[in-house]
Design a protein around this ligand. Structure first.
Ligand code: ADP
Ligand code: MG
Length: 394
């Protein structure tokens, strides 16, 4: 038996179907169809807001936006993942005007206007292949596909500089309009990903480096497991971890934990929970550097060990794992994975396992069986093949 994988589809075909859907819903042609990917973070978890580095890569699973300007000031937003079309005005898309899923779309238009990009009324229809709420960043995929579409509406050429502005606009939409704290990694990878690469992202100065990573060419796969356990970044857990890190930095007299040069000495000053939180951040920052070297030298058993160590640190020091994530990691290790870890914010969401290609089915089946034994809902599986960033498809 081999466990089914969550399909991601052919971008051109999904775009064509969405254009058709736009025509039948709106009654005219869209100006184009724009896509932005979901992501997994290979390593470097909970370091973004400590000004550290992380190493995300884009998934083939992506969100698609078809849109067209209107002659009036009206905005109509439809998602094929939602029941009702939302209607509003282009001047009323901010924090006081919208909430729920619409905030991730309208909020982008609001933030781009705040950044000086004038927009007319709009018809927007979106469709997605990114599992929602799985820690695979369906939210940034949605924001960034919309942002790229809005640039086309505004007649702007999307160069590197504008992409950076879009990252900020999408972050503002998520933080200020949707009300969900976000560190910016998700938007950066959605807008700057390259196929067959991970993105080394320095969250201190937002500099980036592409790191070649084509697992299938080396007979390994990155198996992504959506545990379907409720991951709730909107809840207090994420904020509490952030404030623990802020507290550690305050005690150490630094602006962020990234500024600490002697981690050993710093840990000697801290104690209890705050010390454990800081220890995760320090060791995780070191593991990111190691992982980049391991990727560059195709040292996959080394990379697997880095994944394992990251998970232990997130589980024990940062305390953001959960039984479902722990089961995936443990089971994967017992069935041939080179290493595994939770990925994303934690408290549910997804885990990743680095698996020799020939063992992928075995690992998937064992994880699925483990979930069934516990009476948990079936997990979702997909292969993380490093994919392209946001672009126009049609
Ligand atoms: P994640 O980004 O890990 O999937 P989030 O909680 O950050 O989880 O974002 C999920 C939210 O984003 C959904 O609850 C919904 O409000 C919004 N969203 C994502 N994709 C879509 C979509 N295709 N249509 C409508 N809303 C979406
Ligand atoms: Mg998200």
């Amino acid at each position: 038996m081999s466990t089914a994988r969550i399909p991601f589809g052919e971008p051109e075909q999904i775009a064509d179907e969405l254009v058709e859907r736009f025509r039948s819903t709106v009654g005219r042609d869209p100006i184009g169809c724009f896509v932005a990917p979901g992501r997994v973070n290979l390593i470097g978890e909970h370091v973004d807001y400590n000004n550290g580095k992380c190493l995300p890569m884009a998934l083939p699973h992506a969100t698609y936006t078809a849109l067209a300007p209107r002659d009036d000031r009206q905005v109509r937003i439809t998602s094929l993942q939602q029941q009702e079309t939302w209607e509003g005005q282009v001047d009323e898309l901010g924090p006081d005007d919208v909430d729920g899923w619409v905030a991730y779309v309208a909020g982008v238009a609001w933030a781009m206007q705040a950044d000086g990009i004038a927009l007319p009324g709009l018809d927007i229809v979106v469709d997605s292949r990114v599992p929602v709420g799985a820690g695979l960043s369906s939210s940034a995929a949605l924001e960034c596909s919309v942002a790229l579409g809005l640039c086309a509406v505004a007649g702007l050429d999307v160069d590197h500089e504008l992409r950076r502005r879009l990252v900020n606009a999408c972050m503002r939409a998520e933080t200020e309009v949707a009300g969900a704290p976000t560190g910016g990694m998700d938007q950066m990878i959605a807008l700057f990903a390259e196929a067959d690469h991970a993105l080394l992202l320095d969250c201190r100065d937002w500099s980036t480096q592409q790191v070649a990573w084509a697992p299938a060419a080396h007979d390994v796969e990155l198996l992504v497991v959506d545990t379907r356990a409720s991951h709730s970044l909107n809840d207090g857990g994420y904020r509490a971890r952030r404030s623990d890190c802020d507290e550690a930095a305050r005690v150490l007299g630094v602006e962020s934990l990234r500024e600490v040069s002697d981690a050993e000495a710093a840990l000697g000053v801290l104690d209890g929970r705050i010390r454990r939180r800081a220890r995760h951040v320090f060791t995780e920052m070191a593991r990111v550097e190691e992982a980049v070297g391991q990727l560059r030298s195709s040292d996959y058993s080394g990379l697997g060990h880095s994944f394992d160590a990251s998970h232990v640190s997130l589980r024990d020091d940062f305390e953001v794992s959960c039984p479902e994530l722990d089961l995936v990691v443990e089971t994967a290790g017992q069935h041939g994975a080179l290493g595994a870890r939770m990925t994303g914010g934690g408290f549910g969401g997804s885990a990743i396992a680095l698996v020799p290609s020939e063992s992928v089915d075995q690992v998937s089946d064992a994880v699925a069986a483990g979930f069934a034994e516990n009476g948990w809902p079936d997990p979702g599986f997909l292969l993380g093949r490093p994919s392209e960033g946001a672009r126009q498809v049609r």
